[in-house]
Design a protein around this ligand. Sequence first.
Ligand SMILES: Cc1cc2nc3c(=O)[nH]c(=O)nc-3n(C[C@H](O)[C@H](O)[C@H](O)COP(=O)(O)O)c2cc1C
Length: 213
Amino acid sequence: MPSLLHLDSSLRTSGSRSRRLSADYVDAWRAANPDGTVRYRDLAADPVPHMDEGVYVAHVTLPGDLTDEQREQRALGEELAHEVLAADVIVLGAGLYNFTAPSTVRTWIDRILVRGITVGADGTGALGGKTLVLALASGGGYGPGTPRHGWDHREPWIRHVFEYLGLTDVVVASAELTLARESPAMVPLDLGHAEDQSLAAAQELLVAHAATV
Ligand SMILES: Cc1cc2nc3c(=O)[nH]c(=O)nc-3n(C[C@H](O)[C@H](O)[C@H](O)COP(=O)(O)O)c2cc1C
């Protein structure tokens, strides 16, 4: 039975483009996989706490060497890592916050690297064969030719983390210029039409991909 893990991280509870895109993907995936299962986690509403030293050490210790205290310290990490491991498709909705991913995505990623589950004893990642779908939104535009091309550190960072974990099949759909109608600096640029086009193109890409997996 196919399985999908759906994650959102926008701090917005209304008007979020990344939430809309991730939901569009999941709806299309459900239609294509009526027997599939979906697990949902909202990283903004239910944030994963930062690690401390004990939690980190427990995460990098092999299961056979764990103390009882360390087993407790990595219980949340094990739960999150198993969710990822159980999924064929991982859909992550994320805005661009100060040129990178929301910090809630960062704390989640810190916890899903668990020795003996997602990272083998020899350091090999266990997520090969899975697909990662990034449903992204950004207030500005970061494509080739724009003044801030290369300033979006979110997508390359997420790609690198998942490549380290063995996952290389990454699909990216990005709604850009989402502040075109809201930001005083952007309103005079009259980019509302481009914002709509970007959102529509991202939705089209996601719905088409969901029908194929
Ligand atoms: C804390 C914070 C920081 C942001 N930093 C950036 C930024 O660096 N670049 C940018 O283009 N937009 C930035 N934005 C705007 C968001 O990327 C934009 O509103 C996006 O649509 C958020 O995703 P959402 O629509 O799913 O909420 C920021 C928004 C917030 C709340």
